[in-house]
Each structure stands twice: as structure tokens, then as C-alpha cells.
Design a protein. Structure first.
Length: 367
């Protein structure tokens, strides 16, 4: 009697499971082989100055996967989903290779203030991938690491401030007495508290840039991610920050420093306030079922309310344009309440039409 029979398992089931295990191993081996080939493709692209992403080629690969899947009796979506995951892995590997190959910071030193925070850790890894010798200055870092960072500050080629705007402003005021040699840049979500300190440090001779990564620290792939590069009037410092992201697939967006917070009032303040309000409006008890719309909104709200309250409070309270954006949210809710109370189908349709004109999403969403 076999082991499977002794355990009460049908031997046919055991054989099929073994076959599935073998196929899984083959699939993973083939995925690794594909990744190796993709990295070779990336090497050729770099040598010829071609971009990492070829969107037309990607579309061809996805369409072909969907068609092949249907030809062999699978759902086309399954083939496309599988290939999309493989493409994502390939682009991630190619992007990492590009950063290493570019070696933007080879032989250079960088200091990341707030480098023990989640975004600070992301920036530290990002810089290290480009060859920078990175030191972290943070209360949560070791005494030895902080000492090394302090010693590196005066001569580091790059100093990134991944700290709250108020703390960054304090650093800028302090450095006015003895400006650092390297480029200083903040990645704050709010720029208003830094406008004066940036100008003050520049007048003292400091080289100052400012940018805002429009993604979170869990981001692995910069494809389709925006990086706002704010014009501080120092073209060389700004170019140094842009050079960090040029080997990646990130989308660099340039805008005047003074315009940043007005735009963020909608992209961050309004979006976060909507998510927080939705979370607060949820019932205390959980429903046994979920709709696609509810799940999508709940997922967004859950992510927002679990983020750093200090950072998100700054986004709401320290941006002078935030309150106007949140007031628009309140007015919109009151308008919806008014239409529902009036039980007016025509007015409700008008609300949806007005919303459709302001959004870029699909025309219809399932309930």
C-alpha cells in the first residue's frame, strides 16, 4: 500500500498533484529564463539609447498572449494578466539595471535626513542603487550612523531632506550660517513652509532644489509614476535632481515652486479628505457582502487612514489651499443631499453629468 493510500488520499489525486508541482516548477523556470532574456534586451536598449518602455511592443505582447490563450482554450484575460505580471518583472529588472549602469552617484556621497522613515528608506535604497555612498541622519538611526552622517554633511554632493517641512525649514535656517557644498533638496508634500527658507539659503550661497515623488514608499516600479520637479531658480541643482530619475521610467513633471501647493490641494488634500470622510461614514458593523464600488473605496480609505497622521495633518493644515478644496467637498455633499431629499431624477442626472465632465474615468461603473 502506498503512502497516499495509507493516509486515505486517492493515489490518482496524489499523482495529479505531483504533476501540477512539476508544471509549476517548469513555469517558474521559464519565467526566470524570460527575465534573463528581458535584461539582455534592456542592455541592448541602453547601448542604443532607447527607452526602457516600448508601449507598442508591450501592447503586441499582451494582445498575442490573449489570442494564444483563447486558441488553446483559456480565457484571454488570463493570458494577458500572466504576461502583464511578467512584463512588470522585466521592466523592474531593466530599471534596476539602468540605475546601476547609469551610476549617477558613483564615487559620490549622499546624506538622507529622515532616512529611517519609510520614504527616507526608499530614497536611500534608490540612491545606493545609483552608486551613492549613503549616510542616514535620523533620531531612529544608530548613534554611529548619525555621527557618520553629520561628518558627511558639509561635503556630501547631495543632501535629501525626507523630513517634515517645519524640520526641513529649521535645517535650512541653520545651514545659512555655513552653506553645504552639495545640492540640498527636499521632497516635502507641502512647499509653502519652505518658500522663505529656500530663498534665504540660496541668498547665503546654498544650492537648493525641490521635488515631490507622487508615489508611496511601497512603490517598486516607477513606470507611470510622476515626480514633480519644482523650479527653485537654481537650474544646476534642479538638473541634479532630475538626473536621479532620468534612468528610470518615471514621468518628470516640471512646475514653478509657487504653484505646487495649489495643485496638491486637489491631488492630495481633497483626495485624502474624501477617503477619510468615507471611512468615518462607514457603519460600525461590517456588511456580509461587498460591491465592487464599495470595495474600491474602502481599500483607498483604509490605506489613507493607516498612513502617518503627522504627515497627513500637514497636508491638510499647512497647505493654504487645502481648506478651499475641502470646502468644495462639503458643498458637493450638501448638493447631493439636497437633490436626494428633493427626489428629483433630473437634478440627480445633472449631478452625474457634471461629475462626468470633471473626471477621466469610465462612463459607467457597476454598482
Amino acid at each position: 500500500m502506498s503512502t497516499s493510500e495509507e493516509n486515505g488520499v486517492d493515489p490518482r489525486l496524489d499523482r495529479l498533484r505531483q504533476r501540477l508541482d512539476a508544471l509549476d516548477e517548469q513555469l517558474l523556470t521559464l519565467a526566470q529564463e524570460r527575465l534573463t532574456l528581458a535584461r539582455q534586451v534592456g542592455e541592448i536598449k541602453r547601448s542604443q539609447g532607447l527607452p526602457t518602455i516600448d508601449y507598442s511592443r508591450e501592447r503586441q505582447v499582451l494582445d498575442r498572449a490573449a489570442n494564444l490563450a483563447e486558441e488553446i482554450g483559456l480565457e484571454g484575460g488570463l493570458g494577458e494578466d500572466l504576461m502583464a505580471r511578467l512584463i512588470r518583472a522585466a521592466v523592474t529588472a531593466q530599471e534596476g539595471d539602468s540605475l546601476h549602469f547609469a551610476a549617477t552617484g558613483a564615487g559620490e556621497r549622499a546624506v538622507v535626513l529622515g532616512g529611517a522613515g519609510r520614504m527616507g528608506q526608499w530614497m536611500s535604497r534608490f540612491l545606493e542603487a545609483q552608486g551613492f555612498a549613503v549616510a542616514v541622519l535620523d533620531p531612529a538611526a544608530s548613534e554611529e550612523e548619525n555621527q557618520r552622517a553629520h561628518e558627511s554633511l558639509p561635503t556630501a554632493s547631495l543632501v535629501l531632506c525626507s523630513t517634515p517641512p517645519g524640520r526641513t525649514a529649521s535645517w535650512y535656517h541653520q545651514w545659512c550660517e555655513a552653506p553645504l557644498q552639495g545640492v540640498v533638496a527636499d521632497l516635502a508634500s507641502i512647499k509653502t513652509p519652505l518658500l522663505g527658507p529656500i530663498r534665504e539659503l540660496q541668498r547665503a550661497g546654498g544650492r537648493v532644489a525641490s521635488f515631490h515623488p507622487m508615489f508611496g514608499p511601497a512603490t517598486l516600479l516607477l513606470r507611470d509614476a510622476d515626480v514633480l520637479v519644482c523650479d527653485t531658480g537654481d537650474s544646476e541643482a534642479t538638473a541634479a535632481v532630475e538626473a536621479l530619475f532620468e534612468p528610470t521610467t518615471a514621468h518628470l513633471v516640471r512646475l514653478p515652486l509657487a504653484d505646487h501647493d495649489r495643485i496638491m490641494a486637489d491631488l492630495l488634500s481633497l483626495a485624502h479628505a474624501t477617503a477619510i470622510a468615507f471611512a468615518l461614514a462607514l457603519p460600525e458593523s461590517e456588511h456580509p457582502v461587498r460591491s465592487t464600488s464599495f470595495s474600491a473605496l474602502e481599500g483607498l480609505a483604509a490605506a489613507v487612514v493607516r498612513e502617518s497622521p503627522d504627515v497627513y495633518f500637514e497636508i491638510q493644515a499647512n497647505n493654504p489651499h487645502s481648506l478651499a478644496a475641502v470646502e468644495r467637498l462639503r458643498a458637493a455633499v450638501e448638493q447631493l443631499i439636497s437633490v436626494v431629499r428633493a427626489r428629483s431624477p433630473a437634478d440627480f442626472e445633472a449631478l452625474l453629468e457634471q461629475g462626468a465632465r470633471r473626471t477621466n474615468g469610465p462612463a459607467r461603473v457597476s454598482p
